[in-house]
Design a protein around this ligand. Structure first.
Ligand code: HEC
Length: 162
C-alpha cells in the first residue's frame, strides 16, 4: 500500500514536470492558446462542485463562468490556430488544418453551448429532458454538454499526453 502511494506520487510529479517542460518553450500564439485553454479548464473546475451539488449553487457565478468560456470559443479560439503553428511544444494534431471545417464547428459548438449555459444559469440543478433547447435544460445538464465539446475536440485534434 505504502509502496503504491509512493509510486503514484512519483508519477504525478513526473507528469507535472513534463507539462511544465512542454510549456516553458511555448511562445506567441501557441502560448496564448495554451493560456486560453487553461483559463477554461480552471473555470470548468471552479463550477464543477456547484454542478454536482457539492457546493451552494450560485447562478451569477455560473453566468460569469459561462461567459468566460463562451468568450474563448468560436472565432476567438480558431484565430489562435493559424496554419503552421503546430510545431513542438504544441500538442495540436495536423488534422486541425486538414479538417478546418470540423475544427471550427467544434469551436463554434463550444461557444454556443457556453452561451446556453449562461442562459440556463437561472434554471438551477435538475434532471434534463431529452428534447428542447439547451438553454431550457437544468444548468448541470448544459454544463455536461459544455464539457463534451471540450473532449470532442481534444479526442480528435489534440495529442493526448496523459
Ligand atoms: C475546437 C477544439 C477545442 C475545443 C472546443 C477545446 N479545446 Fe482545449 N485544446 C485544443 C487543442 C488543439 C489543444 C492543444 C493546443 C496546443 O498544444 O497547441 C488544447 C489544449 C488544451 C489544454 C492544455 C493546455 C496546455 O497548457 O497545454 C487544456 C487544459 C484544454 N485544452 C482545456 C479545454 C477545455 C476545458 C475546453 C472546454 C471548455 C476546451 N479545452 C475546448 C482544442 C480544443
Amino acid at each position: 500500500m505504502m509502496e503504491w502511494k509512493a509510486i503514484s506520487a512519483g508519477c504525478a510529479l513526473a507528469l507535472v514536470a513534463s507539462v511544465a517542460l512542454a510549456h516553458s518553450g511555448a511562445k506567441g500564439v501557441v502560448k496564448e492558446r495554451m493560456t486560453a485553454m487553461k483559463d477554461m479548464a480552471g473555470t470548468m473546475k471552479a463550477m464543477a462542485p456547484m454542478m454536482r451539488g457539492q457546493a451552494p449553487y450560485d447562478a451569477a457565478a455560473v453566468r460569469d463562468g459561462a461567459a468566460r468560456i463562451a468568450a474563448h470559443g468560436g472565432d476567438a479560439m480558431t484565430r489562435l490556430f493559424p496554419e503552421g503553428s503546430g510545431h513542438a511544444p504544441s500538442e495540436v494534431k495536423p488534422e486541425v488544418w486538414q479538417d478546418w471545417q470540423a475544427f471550427s464547428e467544434l469551436a463554434a459548438e463550444l461557444e454556443a453551448r457556453a452561451t446556453a449555459l449562461g442562459l440556463a444559469a437561472d434554471n438551477g440543478l435538475g434532471t434534463g429532458t431529452p428534447a428542447g433547447p439547451l438553454a431550457e435544460q437544468p444548468a448541470n445538464e448544459v454544463f455536461v454538454q459544455v464539457g463534451r465539446s471540450c473532449s470532442a475536440c481534444h479526442s480528435r485534434f489534440r495529442i493526448e499526453t496523459d
